[in-house]
Ligand binder design. Structure first.
Ligand code: GDP
Length: 695
């Protein structure tokens, strides 16, 4: 049992997942040979399938790290490119195509690349082996091959044929061994021939006696010896089996055995045949692995020490996994959400809804009460029925409160306000405010650097709020229904309304004055504004008649644009005047009494808005807020906890800082694991050796 090789191959695969390091290389068998020496044919004979790139144009441009995994109980044979994630490939012509594409992707000008392609082949017919196929040495450069190609291939091969690797030097029988590029390269790095296996291909092309002489070579002695093979895939087999997944091993072996068996006396003392080569490779690799156990362990210890140091210095030994990172981020977010639920309550809903209704009340007043034409010259008090006010206070209010006109006006305004669709309006703006708060929290959370999570959380909260809003808005509308028929305002409500609308109008007045100032500046300052405005005033009052004009368009030495701005200023001035007037009215004695509501529609409408708001905030707090605060964290929990491992990993790795941290932790854990395995192997080895020496 080649247990050690198998274990070491597993360890190599593990180490490959954290990226290979220069110092940490487990022994492999490196296959070198000049072009057309039969290198591919030997590898394919070992595997039992045609899978290597073929073609006259140099097709092996990258090293292929070929791992053979023996699967004794399995039926199927398949390949895998671990770095590509293509899954199991059972069609070997597909593997061949993928390898060809990967090789041809190396730009022509680079000739070769030292970035290896990893390929694993699983089969009951292969031994556990780790082989590296390299671009074939070239003797004479073709006219279209760059001149440095020869050098580049040599450099690449030199990198791989270093210890502890075993060199499989391929030479063809019909070429003098003295001219074998592979053997020459091997001798440079392994002068005593201790870790080189010589393979002589195309034995069928030379006279059997001559062939046997080559194998028994004394000029270039190799401790691991030479093996002669015949690996030519028979023509008929080729056409029948070369495509797809059929195994060609039997055909090849039969062919090869027939050849060597035909000359039993000649080949009696030398090693021949692919099956023997396979066995030799297994034993040599096993022995090499065994010999390198100690140094490999040391190298892993060294790597581990480095990773541990980095973990300590950079990350303060804070352990981290993708799952724990996600869980921590989620907990932190839920915690901040809890904070939101503590600070966003009934009072906040009240503020939002009332602010919106204040705006609606202002609009209503403007439409129904302050609705003098924009071009009116002086402020008009609608309650005093339109007379021009020089001194508003002295003439407030003169209208007859019993006049049905004022009753109608106020009733219609109240009705508009109560039938506004407060259910939907209040629910929508509250839901929007909640959504914005959630997005605000996201923005300052760890999730901010994870587009995937931001998207998922935003969508989740939108979804919950949408569903809740649907029922809530209908139900709230039912709650405010009584107000649509009758609204009673008592004296304390009146007093509150009076104070409140005073503030609203005051703020509005400030806004108006600020806007007016801005427009005045655009007009070119206060003086210029006064000129423009007085010109428009005079035209409006009929004092100035401009022939053939609509009154103000591009007249009086002012441009049309200036006059348009002027009209804007006029509108703001009028509105400010009205607001001032109404503020005075509200503060007047008449307006302190709810019985005078027809004099003071502003106060009454504010009181109505206040009642609507009170119903809304009570209802929204119970139906929208508390349900959202309950459901949202649970939905998040469910969603995030059910993510599959790959998604969690991708999520965590979106953040470069976390990615580095995760890499260090993983590297350290993996090296610890590998080291433990290695120690186990060493114990096993030592026991076996003792067993052997005792036996
Ligand atoms: P590579 O360039 O070193 O990979 O060489 P290939 O494996 O592609 O072989 C080059 C040529 O030699 C092909 O046409 C093979 O069919 C042929 N060939 C390989 N092995 C043998 C063999 O054992 N006997 C004979 N007669 N031809 C072989």
């Amino acid at each position: 049992m080649m247990l050690l090789t198998r274990k070491m191959i597993e360890i190599r695969s593990l180490l490959q997942t954290i990226g290979q390091s220069e110092t940490l290389t487990l022994p492999s068998i490196v296959v070198v040979g000049s072009q057309s020496s039969g290198k591919s044919s030997v590898l394919e004979a070992i595997v039992g399938h045609e899978f290597l790139p073929k073609g006259s144009n140099m097709v092996t441009r990258r090293p292929i790290e070929l791992t053979l995994v023996n699967t004794p109980k399995a039926q199927a044979e398949y390949g895998e490119f671990p770095a590509l994630g293509l899954g199991k490939i059972t069609d070997f012509s597909q593997i061949q195509k993928t390898l060809t594409d990967l090789n041809l992707a190396v730009p022509e000008k680079d000739c070769v690349s030292d970035d290896p392609i990893q390929l694993r082949i699983y089969s009951p017919n292969v031994p556990d082996l780790s082989l590296i196929d390299l671009p074939g040495y070239i003797q004479v450069e073709a006219f279209d091959q760059p001149t440095e190609l020869k050098m580049k291939i040599q450099e690449l091969c030199d990198k791989y044929i270093q210890p502890p690797n075993v060199i499989l030097a391929i030479s063809a029988a019909d070429v003098d061994l003295a001219n074998s590029t592979a053997l020459r390269a091997s001798r440079r790095v392994d002068p005593r021939g201790e870790r080189t296996i010589g393979v002589v291909t195309k034995m069928d092309l030379v006279d059997p006696v001559r062939g046997a002489q080559i194998l028994a070579d004394r000029n270039y002695p190799l401790r691991l010896g030479y093996v002669g093979v015949v690996c030519k895939i028979p023509k008929d087999t080729k056409s029948l089996f070369s495509r797809g997944s059929a195994n060609i091993m039997n055909q090849l072996t039969k062919n090869e055995t027939a050849y060597f068996n035909a000359h039993p006396d000649t080949f009696g003392d030398v090693t021949t045949g692919t099956p023997n080569l396979r066995k030799k490779l297994m034993h040599v690799l096993e022995a090499t692995m065994s010999a390198s156990l100690a140094t490999t362990s040391e190298a892993i210890q060294h790597e581990l020490a480095e990773a541990t140091y980095e973990f300590k210095v950079q990350y303060n030994e804070r352990s981290l996994s993708a799952e724990s990172y996600l869980a921590e981020s989620l907990d932190a977010f839920k915690h901040s959400f809890k904070g939101l639920s503590d600070t966003f309550g009934r009072k906040e809903v009240r503020d939002i809804v009332k602010r919106e209704l204040d705006q609606q009340v202002l609009n209503l007043l403007a439409q129904r009460y302050w609705n003098r034409p924009v071009d009116s010259l002086r402020p008009i008090d609608p309650v005093t029925d339109g007379s021009v006010q020089a001194d508003p206070i002295s003439s407030l209010p003169k209208a007859d409160p019993e006049n049905p006109l004022w009753h109608l006006k106020l009733d219609a305004s109240t009705s508009t306000l109560t039938k506004l669709g407060i259910g939907r309006l209040a629910t929508t703006i509250t839901a929007q405010a909640l959504q914005e708060s959630v997005e605000g929290l996201l923005h300052v959370s760890t999730f901010a650097s994870h587009p995937f999570a931001v998207q998922a959380i935003t969508t989740a909260s939108e979804g919950i709020l949408r569903d809740l809003s649907f029922d809530t808005s209908d139900e709230l509308e039912i709650c405010v229904k009584p107000y649509k028929y009758r609204v009673e305002v008592d004296s304390s409500e009146w007093a509150r309304g009076r104070a409140s609308i005073g503030n609203v109008l005051g703020r509005e007045l400030k806004d108006c004055e600020a806007a007016n100032k801005a427009v005045e500046e655009q007009l070119g300052g206060r003086r210029k504004a006064r000129d423009v405005l007085s010109f428009i005033d005079r035209v409006r009052s009929g004092e100035l008649v401009i022939e053939g004009s609509d009154g103000v368009g591009g007249a009086g030495g002012f441009s049309a644009a200036l006059l348009a701005k002027g009209r804007e200023a006029l509108f703001l001035r009028d509105r400010a005047d009205i607001l001032r007037l109404r503020l005075t009215a509200i503060k007047s004695r008449q307006c302190s009494n709810p019985a005078n509501k027809y004099y003071c529609p502003e106060i009454f409408l504010d009181a109505v808005a206040d009642k609507l708001t009170t119903t809304a905030d009570l209802f929204l707090d119970a139906e929208l807020l508390s349900k959202f605060y309950y459901q949202f964290p649970r939905v998040l929990e469910r969603q995030f906890r059910s993510l599959d491992e790959g998604t969690v990993e991708r999520f965590a790795r979106e953040d470069p800082k976390i990615r580095r941290h995760l890499d260090v932790v993983r590297r350290k854990e993996l090296l610890e694991h590998v080291l433990k395995e290695m120690e186990g192997l060493r114990v096993l080895e030592a026991r076996e050796k003792r067993g052997i020496s005792r036996g």
